[in-house]
Design a protein around this ligand. Structure first.
Ligand code: SF4
Length: 279
C-alpha cells in the first residue's frame, strides 16, 4: 500500500500520489498519460490531478495495475478493477494488472474471431479473469520471452489456453514452441523471432499493424529505443533482429517495458531505419 510519507516530491498536490517504491515500469504512464509523468530519475509522479470522472477512472485503473502498489488514493478502486482490460484500438486492449514478478511488464489482450489472445502475462486477479471470461476467454497466450511469463500457469489453468513461446525461453513445457523463422500462428498473427534481449525473444505482428515487442524495442519521448544495458543474451544478435523488422510493416510498437508508439507506417519504418543506423 502506498505511503503518503514516502510520496515523491514532484507529485502535484492532491488526493492522488506516487510513493518512492515505484519501479519505473511505465504501466501507469501508459494507462493514464495525462495524469502520470516521469521524473528525471525515471520514477513516476502525479503530474496533474485527475480533473474529471473519466480521468479518475484511468488513474484508478493505474492504481490497481501498479505492480508494487506505489500509487495512493483515498477513494475506492473497485469499479476501475472491473473495467480492465481497457480497449485502446478496436479489439486491442491493455490488460493492466502488471505483475511484480515480471518487473511490471505490460501485457495486452486481443479479441479475435478465431480465439482471443493474451500477450505476456498480467497478474492473475479475479476481476480480470471474470472480465476476460465475459470477453470470450483466452485461446492463446503468446509469451514474448522468458522474463514476462508471470502467472502464465494460472491463466492456462483457468482458460485452457495454448501457451506459445520460443523453445530457447521455454522453461515450463509450453504447448507450442517457436523456432528461428517467422511463423504464422493464425489469420493475422505472425510470430517473429527477435533474439538479443534473450535468446528466445519473439515479437508478435498482428494484422500488419500492431507489433508487440516484449523487451526488444520500445519508445521513449516519441522515439524508438533498444537498450544495451538490458540486453541479457547478445547485442549483435539484437541489432540483427532490429534490421529483420524492416521486412515487415506496422504502425504500432507495443512493448512490455517502455512506452508505446503509434506512427504512420512509412514514418515507423523510417524510425526503425534511423535506429538501425544509430545503434
Ligand atoms: S505503475 Fe509502474 S511506473 Fe507507475 S507507479 Fe507503479 S511501479 Fe511506478
Amino acid at each position: 500500500m502506498a505511503q503518503r510519507q514516502l510520496s515523491v516530491v514532484q507529485n502535484a498536490p492532491g488526493e492522488l500520489f506516487v510513493d518512492s517504491s515505484c519501479i519505473e515500469c511505465d504501466t501507469c504512464r501508459e494507462l493514464a498519460p495525462d495524469v502520470f509523468g516521469s521524473t528525471d530519475s525515471g520514477q513516476s509522479f502525479v503530474q496533474k490531478q485527475p480533473g474529471d470522472d473519466a480521468a479518475w477512472v484511468r488513474a484508478l485503473q493505474a492504481v490497481v495495475s501498479c505492480p508494487t502498489a506505489s500509487i495512493g488514493a483515498e477513494r475506492t478502486s473497485k469499479e476501475a478493477a472491473r473495467s480492465l482490460p481497457v480497449e485502446f484500438e478496436p479489439g486491442v486492449f491493455r490488460s493492466g494488472y502488471s505483475s511484480e514478478s515480471s518487473y511490471g511488464a505490460q501485457s495486452y489482450f486481443l479479441r479475435r474471431n478465431d480465439g482471443n489472445v493474451l500477450i505476456d502475462s498480467p497478474r492473475f486477479a479475479a476481476p480480470l479473469a471474470k472480465r476476460l471470461d465475459e470477453l470470450g476467454g483466452v485461446r492463446r497466450m503468446f509469451l514474448t520471452h522468458q522474463d514476462d511469463v508471470a502467472e502464465h500457469a494460472r491463466f492456462h489453468d483457468r482458460f485452457g489456453c495454448d501457451r506459445i513461446i520460443h523453445a530457447a525461453d521455454d522453461h515450463f513445457g509450453a504447448e507450442i514452441d517457436l523456432g528461428n523463422e517467422p511463423r504464422r500462428l493464425a489469420d493475422g498473427l505472425l510470430a517473429i523471432p527477435v533474439p538479443g534481449h534473450t535468446r528466445g525473444s519473439c515479437a508478435l505482428l498482428v494484422d500488419d499493424k500492431y507489433l508487440f515487442t516484449g523487451d526488444h524495442l520500445w519508445a521513449w519521448d516519441g522515439r524508438l529505443e533498444m537498450g544495451r544495458g538490458v540486453c541479457w543474451y547478445s547485442w549483435p544478435e539484437q541489432k540483427r533482429s532490429l534490421r529483420r523488422l524492416l521486412d515487415f510493416s506496422f504502425e504500432w510498437v507495443l512493448p512490455g517495458h517502455g512506452r508505446s508508439l503509434h506512427l504512420p507506417e512509412r514514418q515507423m519504418r523510417a524510425d526503425v531505419e534511423s535506429l538501425v543506423q544509430h545503434i
